[in-house]
Design a protein. Structure first.
Length: 111
């Protein structure tokens, strides 16, 4: 529940730069906006984050731990004409592809 979401957010914060913006984007979804970052670099950051989440259990308030994995979709602006909603749409499609192809993986948008 909330403890997992808080720990998830903390791990995102530890894996992105100060200029990046991370925010919750729905029940269990987060968006990270990374200015001046190309798709290849964003993919590397996403993979590092995925490993940070999957390789170390999350602590729970009762002292126990729970294993968590993450499916991540990555997209980058294709040009100045690319709207934020279009980029998010492509990232969401990449996320869907990550989940469909087995979960706990990073998939980059092909656009």
């Amino acid at each position: 529940g909330d403890a997992v979401l808080k720990e998830f957010a903390l791990r995102i914060k530890k894996n992105v730069r100060g200029i990046d913006l991370a925010c919750r984007y729905g029940g269990e979804e987060f968006v990270v906006i990374m200015p001046d970052t190309d798709l290849a670099r964003a993919y590397l950051v996403a993979e590092r984050l995925r490993q940070c989440i999957a390789l170390q259990p999350f602590p729970l308030p009762d002292g126990s731990q729970v294993a968590v994995t993450a499916s991540i979709g990555v997209a980058a602006a294709a040009g100045a004409q690319d709207s934020p909603s279009e980029i998010i749409k492509r990232a969401d499609q990449a996320l869907y592809n990550a989940k469909r192809s087995g979960r706990n993986r990073v998939v980059a948008d092909a656009a």
